[in-house]
Design a protein around this ligand. Sequence first.
Ligand code: R5P
Length: 292
Amino acid sequence: MIVVPGPASQILGVEIATLLQNAIIAPIKFKQFPDGEVYVRIEKEVKDEHILIVQSTYPPQDYHLMQLYQLIDAAKTSGARKISLFVPYLAYSRQDKKFLEGEPLSSKIICKIIETLGADEIYFLDIHSKIILEMFSIPAHNLIAFDLFGQYFHELTLQDPMIIAPDEGALEKAQRAAALMKCPSTYIQKARDRYTGETTITFKEMNVANRDLILIDDIISTGGTMAKAIEMAKKQGAKKVYAVCSHPLLIENAKTRILQAGATEIIGTNSVDSECAKISIAPLFVKKFEEP
Ligand code: R5P
């Protein structure tokens, strides 16, 4: 087995290669030409080998996607026997439907390219929409990080903890972590304007006074959803508030927004290379990948 740590997931890729049995790492060369075009090269013979490419596609997503496509093509055209992909964060996964007439189905475009290039199987982490898994005809697996969050917080001393999903879509995942921590969970109603992208949350009495809260979402992008949810919880007397997510994109001033809203800490996984990536998904992936 040869592990190719993509440019966007070098630390994660090496960690996975270290945990896998009998895996070696293929060094890669990558650069950007002066006109912006991307270049990668796998600097190892991969003919007849099983290749695992680890490359997340967080922002700049088109750049990281192109690197992923190039790595798949390089492995395929160099004669790799089998190509497995671990793409913890899949860019465009929030564009899984045509919300308005005239829009493209962006996530399907990516699935089609990946398959056409010759990948044999793919793994994601907490994919935003399970519909995407069905867009593939190759095996597509989804790993769940929410158990890791449950374990992480179970080891901290929290006061009367409660888990909150900042929108209904994240409730099922929040409930998994809550089951592990044996604590209650609830969700906040969020709505997004399909034209402006602006989100609004509906006031909800949550019985959070003097409790430590864990707010869990799959993605934190601008931090707007989290910040609004934290403000609402703080106004109701919440004590510590942890802003937790699988994919800490944290673009622009998201960190400031969330901390200013009253968060104690922002905690994410290393699905994204970020200073907030405090939980490693490598053991979770290796366990699933090595399952018979
Ligand atoms: C959307 O449905 C996702 O689950 C997240 O809630 C959303 O992507 C967060 O975005 P932002 O941080 O920009 O509010």
